[in-house]
Design a protein around this ligand. Structure first.
Ligand code: ATP
Ligand code: MG
Length: 260
């Protein structure tokens, strides 16, 4: 792998706070650099601010204070549609359009960008291969798919126009552990080939450890630490230790459940 220190910064949070109208602080003084080509995992409990952090990158939200830079330019200075075209987004709960077939869902962005029909069709088939979906599914509607198939369609759609950035918000949540592991494996091999800058949200430690080049732990809107998986596991920060311990306990109990 390349030395990540030489790869440059792709996304940067500078002193970012986010307070919606009621003035509750959702994110506080976030400083974080995401390097080109890395998979930064945002880990944290429910409500810690993970989705909010993603939305500040593709400008579904603007910071109340501070700046988010994408390719060195503040998100507020980007033309919004140009910015979003560079950033594939797999939203929490997938968010496919229910009245569109799988094919139209995947081809959403290429169609918006007026690609010629042939190019779109070719791309759709490439994507199916990439995420491991059968071409038979193209004419189906999202409700006619399993949860795992829907999640793959969501990933294919985010990759469709080959954006250099990818925001993935619990893309494999609510899947059985075997399908989840399978999709994680596919993600890793995809990422090896595509080398996108990825921000990946999860509250699953195991997923964070296997997919992340680095892990950022959020707790109640504050960044606790950013570390490589090994360092993260051995951190002495009490909040990290609490998270890691909870995960170890969970592994032990499920092991006992499995063998009893
Ligand atoms: N636009 C908003 N206005 C007010 N409060 C918001 C807004 N968006 C999010 N929140 C609140 O901010 C906090 C963080 O929300 P966020 O969706 O970022 O959490 P999360 O870490 O993604 O959680 P989960 O793991 O449950 O998806 C929550 O308490 C949420 O209720
Ligand atoms: Mg969320």
């Amino acid at each position: 792998m390349n030395d990540p220190n030489l790869d440059g910064v792709a996304i940067q949070f500078r002193d970012v706070s986010f307070r919606p109208v009621d003035n509750r602080e959702i994110l506080r003084d976030l400083n974080l650099e995401i390097r080109r080509g890395e998979t930064l995992v945002l880990l944290g409990r429910s409500g810690s601010g993970k989705t909010t952090t993603l939305k500040l990158i593709n400008r579904l939200l603007d910071p109340t204070e501070g700046t988010v830079l994408v390719d060195g330019r503040p998100t507020t200075a980007w033309d919004v549609s140009r910015l979003r075209r560079m950033i594939g987004y797999v939203i929490q709960e997938v968010g496919l359009f229910p009245h569109f077939t799988v094919e139209r869902n995947i081809a959403l962005v290429p169609r918006i960008e007026n690609w010629p029909t042939e190019r779109i069709q070719k791309r759709v088939h490439e994507l199916l291969q990439l995420v491991g979906l059968d071409a038979q599914l193209l004419s189906r509607y999202p409700r006619e798919l399993s949860g795992g198939q829907r999640q793959r369609v969501g990933v294919a759609r985010a990759l469709a126009a080959d954006p250099p950035f990818l925001l993935m918000d619990e893309p494999f949540g609510a899947l059985d552990p075997i399908t989840r592991t399978e999709l994680q494996r596919e993600f890793l091999s995809l990422q090896e080939r595509l080398q996108k800058t990825v921000v990946f949200v999860t509250h699953d430690m195991r997923e964070a450890l296997s997919l992340g080049t680095r892990i950022a732990l959020l707790e109640a809107g504050r960044l606790v630490t950013v570390d490589a998986p090994d360092q993260f596991l051995n951190s002495t920060n009490p909040l990290v230790v609490a998270y890691v311990d909870a995960f170890r306990t969970d592994v032990r109990t499920s092991h006992h459940r499995g063998t009893s």
